[in-house]
Design a protein around this ligand. Structure first.
Ligand code: PHE
Length: 338
């Protein structure tokens, strides 16, 4: 039996040296040391061996088994390392390859336009104020000299909330909120979202306005004209013609709408300006006496001017965009042009 064991030992070692793959190692292990393997086969004969011989042969069998197991594990380590080396070689990364270009974020054209508008006014000494998007009827209409039966309410396409509040239809309520807590001189610029139930290529139910308000003693219409002329030329170019047309807003008196020469045709007439040569940019006027009274300012002591403009319209004109919805679709091909 000892010679059988010795032969098994040397056979196994021989085969082990020629093994090149991890999977063959497992088969070899099963072949020699498995439950139905060659070693078990030989040890089945142990019953026929004399009782004195049995422990010695058992011990030899154990030594052989331990030796083979150790060598199998060494071989496994060796093969594993070889396999990893091959895989590393295959998956090697060429660090000298050029990297993928990362897309760089830019300002959205609406934010950019708001920033530019606000910048021009802060340089004139206006400070930025904001107010809530959800407003009461009082701030959005009543205090601005628009009582509930006033026809101007129809122009606003208001979203009413069932709480008795509404989504502000313009940034003008911030005029009231600011004058309630600040004494003149008040000189503010108010960027913000406004809401009207209206949607087509040039109207969005949510859009942006910038409001301006200057209240002090002896504020005049000519100061309003000078301020807005300066603003429009800073925004659209120093040579741009500007015109003031009489208009009507309940919260200003007198009121005006302000146009600049068409950015597309320069004033000759085209589709963009509907062949008038002019583009309407903002509404403005001297603060109505009733508005000053609503915030407990004496209209015989204080005067002021106010103006408001739609940012989407200005951005569309500046960048030559014909559909307002492009601003909100977040199409990267559109956004990356700015
Ligand atoms: N709030 C007006 C609008 O939304 C614009 C405006 C503001 C006009 C201030 C005059 C003075 O149309």
């Amino acid at each position: 039996m000892q010679s059988l064991l010795d032969a098994l030992h040397s056979d196994a070692l021989n085969e082990l040296t020629s093994i090149r793959q991890l999977s063959d190692l497992d088969s070899l292990k099963t072949l020699y040391l498995g439950k139905k393997g060659k070693l078990t086969d030989i040890l089945q004969g142990l019953g026929k061996v004399s009782a004195e011989e049995r422990p010695r042969l058992g011990q030899i069998a154990n030594t052989i088994k331990t030796d083979l197991l150790t060598r199998l594990e060494q071989k496994r380590d060796e093969l594993q390392k070889q396999e990893w080396a091959v895989q590393l070689q295959k998956e090697a990364i060429d660090t000298s390859l050029p990297a993928h270009r990362l897309a760089i974020g830019k300002h959205h054209p609406i934010n950019k336009t708001i920033d530019d508008v606000v910048d021009i006014f802060t340089r004139l000494g206006f400070s930025v104020e904001t107010g809530p998007d959800i407003e009461s009827d009082y701030y959005n209409f009543e205090a601005l000299n628009i009582p509930s039966d006033h026809p101007a309410r129809d122009m606003h396409d208001t979203f009413y909330l069932n709480t008795g509040y509404l989504l502000r239809t313009h940034t003008s309520p911030v005029q009231i909120r600011t004058m309630e807590v600040q004494q003149p001189p008040v000189k503010i610029i108010v960027p913000g979202k406004v809401y009207r139930c209206d949607a087509d290529v040039s109207h969005s139910p949510v859009f942006h306005q910038v409001e301006g308000l200057y209240v002090s003693k002896n504020v005049t219409f000519s100061q309003l004209k000078g301020t807005l002329e300066h603003f429009l030329r800073a925004l659209f170019g120093p040579e741009k013609s500007v015109r003031f047309r009489p208009s009507y807003f309940p919260f200003t008196e007198p009121s005006t709408e302000v146009d600049v020469a068409c950015v597309n045709c320069g004033g000759n007439g085209c589709n963009v300006c509907k062949h008038t040569g002019w583009l309407e940019i903002l509404g403005a006027g001297l603060v109505n006496r009733n508005v000053l009274k609503a915030v407990n300012l004496d209209p015989d002591v204080y005067t002021g001017f106010a103006f408001g403009m739609g940012i989407e319209r200005i951005a569309m004109l500046r960048y030559g965009i014909s559909d307002i919805r492009l601003f909100y679709e977040n199409d990267y091909r559109f956004l990356k042009q700015f």
